[in-house]
Design a protein around this ligand. Structure first.
Ligand code: ATP
Ligand code: MG
Length: 216
């Protein structure tokens, strides 16, 4: 089966957690799965990720937009397209909608320019299904701070997480706009009051339905 599933949503909404759980569940049913993430997912992408997330870097808005798109172009060519051509299920933790929400709605207040740039970067490789894990920004960021305090070395938020609450609010509202624009591929789960296991069940229901997976 060929499918391209992306997990999207504000910081701390549970994308990385749910991406891993979904990959595991699909692998248990013997589906070939590629689990990957952005920014990063390739050797070059990991270097771009460092530049993008390092709190010491002062990036101009357009630099951030273009580096995210450059990372994505590399990721599509090196990882996503080959896997889809091999009829695998690709699960990607953040993709084009992250740029539309964060750089488009969050920084520029308008997604059009970011969309045009990203259309060039992805060359038509749009997701089959986008699971939008929604969360109130305060709750999402608190989950991160809780996690960080248990880390030994790096207990700070990254360059983008450090932006103020109004930025994160615009990102969240941006995602809601995207859900309206791309209704056919989007599915929304509000995770604010839900446990990880409950969210995982909802993600699974959506994936089974959209991909028409026979569970027995
Ligand atoms: N539904 C939930 N309820 C409570 N805690 C959660 C929930 N989902 C995830 N968490 C916890 O919140 C933290 C952030 O989760 P995770 O890293 O999966 O989020 P993320 O969306 O990938 O964040 P980021 O956007 O920064 O990559 C983790 O410590 C995770 O265990
Ligand atoms: Mg994550």
């Amino acid at each position: 089966m060929r499918a391209f599933i992306t997990l999207e949503g504000p910081d701390g909404s549970g994308k990385s957690t749910q991406a891993a759980l979904l990959a595991e569940r699909l692998r248990q049913l013997d589906f070939p799965v590629v689990l990957t993430r952005e920014p990063g997912g390739t050797a070059v992408g990991d270097q771009l990720r460092e530049i993008l997330l390092d709190p010491d870097n002062q990036l101009a808005v357009m630099t951030e937009v273009l580096l995210m798109a450059a990372d994505r172009a590399q990721h599509v060519e090196e990882v996503i397209k080959p896997a889809l051509e091999n009829n695998m299920i690709v699960i990607c933790d953040r993709y084009v909608d992250s740029s539309l929400a964060y750089q488009g709605f969050g920084l520029l207040g308008d997604p059009r320019q970011v969309k045009a740039i990203n259309e060039v970067a992805i060359g038509g490789v749009w997701p089959t299904l986008t699971v939008l894990l929604d969360v109130q920004p305060e709750v999402g960021l608190r989950r991160h701070v809780l996690r960080s305090s248990s880390r030994t070395e790096d207990n700070g938020l990254d360059r983008i997480e450090q932006r103020d609450l109004s930025f994160h609010q615009r990102v969240r509202e941006g995602y809601h706009e995207l859900q309206k624009i791309y209704q056919e591929r989007f599915a929304l789960i509000d995770t604010t009051l839900l446990e990880i296991e409950t969210v995982a069940e909802k993600v699974w229901e959506i994936v089974v339905q959209r991909l028409e997976i026979k569970t027995r």
